[in-house]
Design a protein around this ligand. Structure first.
Ligand SMILES: Nc1ncnc2c1ncn2[C@@H]1O[C@H](COP(=O)(O)OP(=O)(O)O)[C@@H](O)[C@H]1O
Ligand SMILES: [Mg+2]
Length: 333
């Protein structure tokens, strides 16, 4: 099997920015956090936002602990109130940053089940806690310092409670907004239905007590490997053409169900026209996909494939884009 080298290193300026992020300033602020969604919606008129609900009349049958049950009711009560889900039937997976539940869907949705991804409370999270991803939110100067334009992002820079809450809220919002754009563009992602303060509701892959495995957990039938690889690369191309780079793509973030695949887990997705590390993230995404498919004898030159895709979708090569970002940053001074 070909060894594929994966460069997990981040550029110098990103590491500098990561160090600058001071965890001591992280504080709980639920009220401010509710504010976040309102603020973010001001900048993006995507509908689908569901207000925090007290969850009245919501009595999920999933036998969680008392603590988890409270958490489920708080996070998903709004989806119940707005007639999107009727019940929570099982936990699919409890991850580091989020827990995914299988919910039975309200008849108005015309599907049987929906997946609810509930983000952990912020103090328990370390969500791809890397300033390199954050840089996608706006232009940067020569030192890689972000030039912040939106009020919420300026608040982040000032490390106010409100700013920290924006950071919290925007991972989720970034995931929902990215999924919506990519689904509409025809990429293989679960259909997003709605989001709330701490949760995203989306198409469920699998059956209630048999959720779809991730690619790393399956051995693909020989005849399926090449078509699935091609379909994933086409989805990655669609993403790039829509100015999105996944940033954490690998066999662990692709669901496989009955010959179909769906790419998941987008909170860290970045815009290549704003994020100076996007090309490196993109290259790493392609290399990791290729690394997985090598076991089926599919061995394209990963770096060349990434370059080709980049050249097809981006207005210039990675260096040109970097220059463009710096030029814009100067204009914004
Ligand atoms: N739409 C979905 N349908 C079925 N299972 C899902 C769905 N989305 C996520 N999962 C399951 O939940 C797990 C965690 O979701 P993911 O979005 O990758 O979050 P994270 O890895 O950050 O915890 C996935 O590996 C998968 O097993
Ligand atoms: Mg994941």
């Amino acid at each position: 099997m070909d060894e594929i080298e994966i460069d997990d290193e981040l550029p110098q300026h990103s590491r500098r920015a990561a160090r600058a992020h001071d965890p001591h300033h992280r504080q709980k602020s639920k009220r401010a956090s509710a504010h976040v969604i309102a603020e973010l919606l001001e900048h993006d008129d995507k509908t689908g936002a569901v207000a925090m609900g007290a969850g009245s009349g919501f009595n999920p049958s999933f036998g969680a602990s008392r603590h988890e049950r409270r958490w489920i009711i708080d996070a998903l009560g709004g989806f119940h109130e707005t007639n999107q889900i009727v019940d929570v039937v099982a936990q699919v997976k409890g991850g580091k940053e989020a827990t995914v539940y299988c919910c039975s869907a309200h008849p108005s949705t015309s599907v049987e089940y929906l997946a609810a991804k509930v983000y952990r409370p912020r103090m328990f999270r370390n969500l791809k806690n890397d300033a390199a991803y954050r840089e996608g939110s706006g232009p940067v100067d020569e030192q890689g310092k972000q030039l912040l334009r939106m009020r919420p992002l300026r608040a982040v820079a000032k490390k106010t409670n409100f700013g920290q809450a924006v950071l919290h809220g925007s991972w989720l919002f970034n995931e929902y907004r990215t999924m919506t754009a990519l689904y509409e563009a025809g990429a293989l992602v679960p259909k997003p239905y709605a989001f709330a303060e701490n949760a995203i509701l989306m198409e469920y892959m699998g059956e209630p007590f048999a959720p779809a495995p991730t690619l790393d957990q399956v051995s693909l039938p020989e005849a399926e490997a090449q078509p699935i690889f091609d379909a994933l690369i086409e989805s990655v191309r669609i993403m790039l053409a829509n100015n999105r780079v996944h940033g954490d793509l690998s066999a662990y973030n692709v669901l496989y169900w009955e010959g179909q695949v769906r790419i998941i887990d987008f909170p860290q997705a970045v815009d290549p026209l704003y994020n100076p590390s996007a090309y490196q993230f993109f290259m790493r995404d392609i290399k990791r996909l290729c690394q997985y498919f090598a076991r089926y004898g599919i061995r394209p030159q990963a770096a060349e494939l990434a370059d080709q895709l980049w050249a097809t979708c981006m207005p210039g090569d990675a260096n040109d884009i970097q220059r463009e970002l710096l030029a814009r940053a100067n204009l914004n001074r």
